[in-house]
Design a protein around this ligand. Sequence first.
Ligand SMILES: O=C(CO)COP(=O)(O)O
Length: 253
Amino acid sequence: MARKFFVGGNWKCNGTTEEVKKIVTILNEAEVPSEDVVEVVVSPPFVFLPKVKGILRPDFQVAAQNCWVRKGGAFTGEVSAEMLVNLCVPWVILGHSERRSLLHESNEFVGDKVAYALSQGLKVIACIGETLEQRESGSTMDVVAAQTKAIADKVTNWANVVLAYEPVWAIGTGKVATPAQAQEVHLELRKWLHDNVSADVAASTRIIYGGSVNGANCKELSAKPDVDGFLVGGASLKPEFIDIIKSATVKKE
Ligand SMILES: O=C(CO)COP(=O)(O)O
């Protein structure tokens, strides 16, 4: 089954009303491949979501950067999956490494969040990835397999899940994984899905790469057979995000 290229823009905790307008204007004026070729999802901070959704071109979608693990209620400061559904926000990013490390979100907590968000009808960009220390000690695959297993243990239907492999050492560092490094982990993850979930899920689930992706390095990465798109941080706030979207048409090796 062909996997449609997916490009996510994670704006993280950035932007003012003015900057948000500017970014959306750039996106809206860009000529990019059609929705049949590439799925584009931008993820502003919660407070800008309704605004961005209201002015963004209809062929692009929005994602929240997080949501609460269960039904909303007395959880000060949290935003529930139900609220996102109510606002017609179709996607949510869960398990980002910044939340795993800074806010101590465990594999199990992320797995619960993914399952709950899916149960409410959201589509999920689920993030996994190893630290530099883990890579250097040779445990990359063990780490990403454990993170994926915590999700797989709670999820039965993978149709609305995109798996984002984001090595922590590559995030915001300018130190992008080589295309060979990304391909190696993506292929291993696909094998893991094949052996532990199903052949269908392995073949159809999009595995996207994140970590210092920019307009210059995206083409080489997107040529790799198991790189089904990107989750972009810093460069998603700049005009080069358009070049990254366009890398959807790069021929696979
Ligand atoms: O964390 C990321 C996307 O979620 C990647 O961030 P950078 O592209 O800024 O390295």
